[in-house]
Design a protein around this ligand. Structure first.
Ligand code: C5P
Length: 400
């Protein structure tokens, strides 16, 4: 599997003769396992039609910034968030200038301004335009801003000149893009993480829930994305911002989280259940607001929710499956029993009777429980802990 497997690549095409090679590039990126959405500038459409790119990518091609229909669907912010990599090939001298200036006067430049994903450009232009001091100054600025520059190659040009300015070949661009994702310990892996509380509706205005903040699950999602994984975060209601390059699926109830997890986990390598899922839900949700009765007591009838992490651990093939055990007593004993009866590969156990760690706090201290071992990790920030846990899980799945 290449490091582009499951990656979402936004391919920007600007107006140069090399645009004809971008059609092949779409296919090559897909061969490497990436999904591709194409954005074309008006000038690019003079060289190659959106229809060609649509047929090859299997997705509608995006061409306009101020298209009400597009904004309602995959608008520039959604596209900016969707991308794991924004690759502009070919990138003309004009596009490089606009990127350098931070101009957002079309869809592609606006996406570049909005995205948190890495940006790579494959310059393609006449050698004179490439050598021009304006282009070279722009190039220096883009390099300083950590924009990746792929090429250009030297050789014969469409205009008859010979020199630097040819766009790299599609396969060379695929290799260069793949190298951007190979450094992380989870490059090429898909990770699904549940986080936050669930809410179980009693009636249209009331629910049963818990104090989970979602911080641990979100920190794990951020660490997994930083380690190069394609990361899907299935989140109950939280106040937290989505980490960069993480695809977040919002859910409310345990049943919603269950079906979203099963759908997302199909081809995943690592499943981490960090959510505090309500064990029970009201047997019936009242369609109308429940009224106070005469009696001083009220008995609620509850039914058991599906065990999400156990359903994932029962999949075939089974991803490396990790559960959390938040306990106020008998930590190791309960964690071991969870490991066994849910068929988990590892349980991260934490003691919630100490208020400086666990639920809603910024720190955590945990014990990693496996079949024959229990390893303690002392108190530290959830971000730091998440990075260490992800590095460890990465080792485990590559050793499998
Ligand atoms: O059984 P218990 O709730 O203590 O187990 C905790 C672990 O199981 C956590 O990883 C939690 O995310 C997961 N879990 C789940 N679905 C449930 C209950 C718990 O995935 N219905």
């Amino acid at each position: 599997m290449t490091s582009l497997a499951n990656k979402q690549i936004l391919l920007g095409v600007t107006g140069g003769i090399a645009a004809y090679k971008s059609a092949d590039l779409v296919r090559r990126l897909q061969d490497a396992g990436a999904s591709v959405q194409v954005v074309m500038t008006p000038a690019a459409q003079e060289f190659i039609t959106p229809l060609t790119m649509q047929a090859l990518s299997g997705n509608p091609v995006h061409t306009q910034l101020l298209d009400p229909e597009a904004e309602a669907g995959m608008g520039h912010i959604q596209l900016a968030r969707w991308a794991d990599l924004v690759l502009i090939a070919p990138a003309t001298a004009d596009f490089m200038a606009r990127l350098t200036q931070g101009v957002g006067n079309d869809l592609l430049t606006s996406i570049c301004l909005a995205t948190a994903a890495p940006i790579a450009i494959a310059p393609a232009m006449n050698q004179g335009m490439w050598h021009n001091p304006a282009t070279q100054t722009n190039l220096d600025t883009l390099i300083k801003r950590k924009i990746h520059i792929f090429g250009p190659a030297e050789g014969g040009q469409a205009c008859g000149d010979v020199g630097p300015g040819r766009m790299l070949e599609p396969l060379q661009l695929v290799d260069a893009a793949a190298r951007l994702f190979t450094s992380g310990s989870l490059a090429g892996k898909k990770v699904v993480i549940t986080a936050g509380p669930t809410r179980e509706a009693l009636d249209p205005v009331r629910y049963l829930s818990n104090y989970s903040s979602g911080k641990m699950g979100y920190a794990l999602a951020q660490a997994a994305a930083e380690a190069g994984a394609k990361t899907i975060l299935i989140s109950g209601p939280t106040q937290l911002a989505t980490p960069a390059r993480v695809t977040r699926i919002d859910v409310i109830s345990a049943e919603d989280m269950h079906s979203a997890s099963l759908a997302a986990a199909q081809d995943c390598h690592l499943f981490i259940a960090a959510a505090a899922v309500a064990d029970y839900r009201p047997a019936q949700m009242s369609a109308q607001k429940m009224k106070k009765g005469e009696s001083d007591t009220l008995t609620l009838s509850l039914v058991k929710n599906p065990d999400i992490v156990a359903s994932i651990a029962a999949l075939e093939p089974k991803p490396f499956t990790i559960g959390f055990a938040a306990e106020s007593e008998n930590l190791l004993e309960y964690a071991r029993s969870k490991l066994q009866h849910k068929n988990l590969d590892l349980v991260v156990a934490n003691n919630i009777s100490d208020s400086s760690i666990g639920f809603n706090s910024d720190d955590n201290a945990v014990t990693l429980v496996e079949k024959n071992t229990a390893t303690e990790i002392s108190q530290r920030s959830k971000q730091q802990l998440a990075r260490e846990l992800i590095a460890l899980f990465a080792q485990k799945i590559t050793a499998q």
